[in-house]
Design a protein around this ligand. Structure first.
Ligand code: IYR
Length: 222
């Protein structure tokens, strides 16, 4: 195998099979409590917490370890207002003609519409950008498996948010180039996902949904 000259020993966790079984069951149950929330409180969340969530996400594996992501953490009210205004303009057009009838029908159980109040109410918006390529000075450097890498980082971020007792929602206004403009990101960065982060209001509700069961999602080949 080709070798880097800088390999270091891996510190394995060395836990027993029994402990693995317990931890996996606990984590499964814990993650099963996660829900996408649309009703945010304006209760503040510290910058330290946001930093930890993002740096946990940034541990994600990535193609050739290029770490092709930037996370914009927005608490500035004027910027949140600008994002909400632009997102609602796009969403209005989507809900009034751009989305297919099937799509509108599929969204009925969630009660969503073009209003995106959470974009100004939640204390933080994290906007995940994918880096199509990187700049090394003037020179362009390739990134690999960018969508996969950034998708994995977003998944870890969502898990970290839940673990911190906070809630989020994967919001994908479409098209979302306006985020690149408002946040003045360079031309190698494209918006990937927008996550409001905060606490739910006391009387927040979520749609009654069922998750697919083991038989539906796992096909064993033993
Ligand atoms: N982006 C729109 C529509 C929307 C699409 C899907 I797929 C959802 O699961 C939820 C909403 C919006 O944010 O309202």
């Amino acid at each position: 195998m080709a070798h880097s000259d800088s390999f270091i020993p891996y510190e394995a966790q060395r836990i027993s099979g029994k402990e693995s079984a317990k931890r996996s069951a606990d984590y499964r149950a814990y993650m099963d409590q996660r829900r996408s929330i649309r009703f945010f409180s304006n209760k503040p969340v510290s910058e330290e917490v946001i930093k930890n969530l993002i740096m946990a996400a940034s541990t994600a594996p990535s193609g050739a370890h290029k770490q092709p992501w930037t996370f914009c953490a927005v608490s500035n009210p004027e910027i949140k207002t600008a994002i909400r205004k632009a997102a609602e303009e796009e969403e209005y057009k989507s809900y009034h003609g751009r989305m297919s009838e099937e799509w509108i029908e599929d969204l009925k159980p969630f009660g969503t519409d073009w209003h995106k109040e959470f974009l100004t109410v939640a204390p933080w918006l994290i906007i995940v950008f994918k880096k199509a390529f990187d700049y090394d000075g003037e020179e362009k450097r390739k990134n690999y498996y960018v969508n996969e890498s950034v998708g994995i980082a977003a998944g870890i971020l969502i898990s970290a948010i839940h673990n911190a007792g906070l809630v989020t929602l994967t919001h994908t206004p479409s098209p979302m180039n306006f985020l690149q403009k408002i946040l003045e990101r360079p031309d190698n960065e494209r918006p990937f996902l927008l996550l409001p982060v905060g606490y739910p209001i006391d009387d927040a509700v979520v749609p009654l949904l069922e998750r697919k069961n083991e038989q539906e999602v796992i096909k064993y080949y033993k």
